[in-house]
Design a protein around this ligand. Structure first.
Ligand code: ADP
Ligand code: MG
Length: 482
């Protein structure tokens, strides 16, 4: 791989430069624990400058550009992203520790967002409203102006796609604060977008810490909308900061998403999804299907078959492209291990994978672990583990399944596996979640499908056409002409 780790800095008004404070952060390869280089850590003054650059772009070239031209530029960036597929995937795999083929999926998803929102940019209409005689009333969908995007380390490219790209499509100018653990593809994206013709200032990137760059961006009086994806605790702090400026926020937070498996489910079809939804990206996925609720009639069979699959799982370096990679950091590994230890003490370990022999000792690996016979109120069934671990919980009937499924503070995603059409429809209504999947899980990531949570999983919707509404504000024009 040929990435020059000393090359980038902060990206403001179309120019690269070092952080104003000279501060840096280490770039770590989670597969080996090695430090690869240094990242610029933006200062408060850098964030101010980025917000000012975004304001100038939103009031200048970018904001004034016809929607179809904005869309064309985004579509062109999508082609450029695909052209750099191999380099971007290798960079993400190295930075996040994500198995290479999963990193490739993220590149494809980012390109799809650029294609989808590029195509949608000129298809967002206002309405005319029948009103009293002598009036003509219509609505205009207008950009907020400057949007702030604070994103996590687990899916940088996909989250840039659903957040930054949707904001740009509607004519906003963006300031992006990537996560300190994984900023490299965000910086590459800025370079690719600029080369493909995105005007200076439309996208500004301020890598750095949450405490400085993130907190200052969230509280900045020059920002008109904040999108945040990350932990519930930080999301709450961001909403509080945004409240002081009375600006809207979209919060995409954690989850403890259930998959409900009924006696009549097609198990051959369900089984790969059941496990995959828990181990993808080493379980570091907000919409991970981490709770498996199984009806008694097929319970033993599901546990046995999931356990067999767990026995085959190997955690290893991202470039080896095994089923599971390392966790993002030593800190994350300690947190996940503490859950696994609690589970080993108090629960039944039904299945366990291995840390591959080729995994470097300094990498942040844990063995994928499946716990069975778990009660819905156990800590491992209530709290987000963010590692390759799942719990299996038995249930008797629909009512009990719904009670367990809805029995956490979260509500992001849910999966239902059953052949009974009536049950599919009833449960889809009763499950507390922003997305419900029937006889599938995740719908292959569908960029067209609105996504977001209820409860502690957050609020607001990203993805699909819905995001375009979130990234615009509605103006009503009432003309009296007699
Ligand atoms: P995770 O637990 O997945 O790392 P976090 O919520 O800690 O998620 O981080 C998600 C993003 O929020 C990162 O970009 C991080 O730098 C940023 N962040 C962390 N703390 C704050 C804060 N107090 N204000 C604004 N952003 C923050
Ligand atoms: Mg890294």
């Amino acid at each position: 791989m040929t990435y020059d780790f000393a090359r980038d800095g902060v990206f403001i008004a179309g120019r690269w430069r070092p952080s104003g404070s000279g501060d840096t952060l280490p770039i770590e390869d989670p597969s080996s624990g090695e430090t690869l280089g240094e990242l610029a850590a933006a200062s408060a003054a850098d964030v101010d400058e980025a917000v000012a650059a975004a304001r100038a772009a939103s009031e200048g070239d970018w904001g004034a550009m016809p929607a179809f031209e904005r869309g064309r530029i985004l579509s062109r960036i999508g082609q450029a992203v695909l052209a750099e597929m191999d380099a971007l995937a290798a960079l993400e795999a190295t930075d996040v520790g994500k198995p290479l083929s999963q990193a490739r999926n993220d590149v494809v998803a980012l390109a799809r967002y650029l294609e989808f929102y590029g195509g949608a940019a000129d298809k967002l209409h206002g309405e005319t409203i029948p009103f009293q005689a002598g009036y003509t009333v219509y609505t205009l969908r207008e950009p907020h102006g400057v949007t702030g995007h604070i994103i996590p380390w687990n899916y940088p490219m996909q989250i840039i796609g659903r957040s930054v790209v949707a904001a740009l499509a509607t004519g906003n100018a963006a300031v992006l604060k990537p996560a300190e653990q994984a900023s490299l593809t965000a910086l590459s994206f800025a370079r690719i977008a600029a080369e493909a013709g995105l005007p200076a200032g439309a996208l500004n990137v301020v890598p750095g810490t949450g405490a400085v760059a993130g907190a200052i961006l969230a509280a900045h009086p020059g920002v008109d909308h904040i999108s945040f994806t990350g932990s519930t605790a930080v999301g709450q702090a961001i909403q509080a900061a945004a409240a002081r400026n009375a600006v809207p926020v979209t919060l995409e937070l954690g989850g403890k998403s259930p998959q409900l498996v009924f006696d009549d489910a097609d198990l051959d079809k369900a089984l790969p999804f059941l496990v995959n939804a828990g181990i993808q990206n080493a379980g570091q996925t907000c919409s991970a299907g981490s709770r498996i609720l199984v009806q008694r009639g097929v319970y033993d069979q599901v546990v046995e078959r999931m356990a067999a699959r767990y026995g085959d799982l190997r955690a290893g370096p991202a470039m080896a492209d095994l089923e599971v990679g390392p966790l993002i950091s030593a800190k994350q590994r300690v947190m996940v291990e503490s859950y696994l230890e609690l589970g080993r003490r108090e629960l039944t370990v039904a299945g366990e994978g291995k840390i591959a022999a080729e995994a470097p000792a300094g990498g942040h690996y844990v063995a994928p672990t499946l716990f069975a016979d778990v009660r819905g109120d156990h800590a491992l069934a209530q709290e987000e583990i963010f590692g390759p671990a799942q719990v299996v919980i038995p249930f008797d009937d629909d009512a009990q399944a719904v009670a367990i499924a809805n029995g956490t503070p979260y509500g992001l995603v849910a999966g239902i596996w059953t052949a009974d059409g009536g049950r599919q429809m009833r449960l889809a209504k009763r499950l507390r979640a922003g997305q419900v999947f029937i006889n599938n899980y995740g719908a292959a990531g569908g960029v067209e499908l609105p996504f977001g949570g209820v409860g502690r999983s957050g609020h607001g919707r990203e993805k699909g056409f819905e995001a375009l509404y979130a990234f615009t504000t509605l103006k009503t024009v009432a003309a009296h002409h007699g």
